[in-house]
Ligand binder design. Structure first.
Ligand SMILES: [Zn+2]
Length: 290
């Protein structure tokens, strides 16, 4: 979705606006333009602009930029302070207590203004008006929503839990129950964030609908964002991009086709497990299956 939108003349995307993880090797990591990331002129200019704007973004550091809402490198502490606690009232209680402590408030404020600074710099550099952030952090919209400089809109792109579980199993090696729980966790938490945004700023979207009716779906996305609809062929026309993080970044999207390999990969027992774990949550998100 990010790669498609990045080809729209009004949009710019650099992938996840939270930067690179700790795992990458910056000395060899390549930007999607083919240049080494640390030597890419685009990224140098964007970094300079963020400095000129008075809110430097830590672009050439890995293990996330200062645009990422994170208060500690300790996962458990982060989980407690800024992630979801798995329940709306608990989250509200936490936000009204720990969330008001000065260091937490400062960190959230820094992530917000840095996110603005990054987006502003990329938009100015590319002469576009809409910044597309593909970060898959379900809590990120909640933190960005109240930022005065940002007009945040969220596309909640969801895939059928059967297809997504099979993909998680294939890419991470986890079992079917765990994969289904990951699907449920991400999507239930994302849905919990929806009331943090004004009505009209949230668009649920099924991956299968995008694949089955790409033009109609992308027109709907364009109307939601407030940009001109363009022909599908233009979304597939590769333009100059400097995307990081997505493994598809070094190739190009030439067609939109649904990945249906899960139909062969999952056994009857797997399907039952997925139905038990993710069935009811998926029904609430509009998936119609047993
Ligand atoms: Zn580049």
């Amino acid at each position: 979705m990010g790669l498609l939108l990045a080809n729209h003349p009004s949009c710019a995307s650099i992938g996840a606006a939270t930067g690179l993880t700790a795992k990458v090797d910056l000395s060899t990591y390549r930007c999607s333009c083919g240049t080494r990331f640390v030597e890419c002129d685009f990224w140098r200019r964007v970094a300079d602009r963020t400095v000129e704007q008075g809110h430097p973004v830590t672009i050439f550091k890995k293990n996330y930029w200062n645009t990422h809402v994170r208060i500690s490198n300790r996962r458990w502490l982060n989980g407690l302070v800024v992630s979801s606690l798995g329940n709306r009232s608990l989250n509200a209680l936490r936000d009204a207590t720990i969330g008001t402590v000065a260091p937490v408030r400062r960190r959230v404020a820094e992530a917000r203004v840095s996110s603005w600074s990054l987006a502003r710099a990329v938009l100015d550099e590319t002469d576009t008006s809409v910044f597309v952030d593909t970060a898959r952090d379900h809590q990120r919209p909640r933190y960005l929503a109240g930022t005065p400089q940002l007009d945040v809109k969220v596309i909640h792109l969801v895939r059928d839990p059967r297809g997504n579980s099979a993909s998680i199993m294939k890419h991470t090696g986890v079992g079917v129950a765990r994969a289904a729980r990951r699907w449920r966790h991400s999507n239930v938490e994302a849905r919990r964030v929806r009331p943090s945004l004004p009505p009209g700023a949230w668009m649920p979207l099924h991956y299968e609908a995008l694949c089955a009716r790409p033009q109609e779906t992308l027109d709907r996305v364009a109307r939601f964002i407030g940009i001109d609809p363009i022909p599908l062929a233009d979304y597939l026309q590769t333009t100059e991009q400097h995307v990081i993080g997505n493994s598809m970044r070094l190739g190009a999207v030439s067609e939109i086709r649904e990945d249906r390999t899960w139909r062969d990969l999952l056994s009857e027992g797997d399907l039952q497990t997925i139905a038990r774990v993710a069935g009811s949550a998926s029904h609430q998100l509009g998936f119609d299956w047993p």
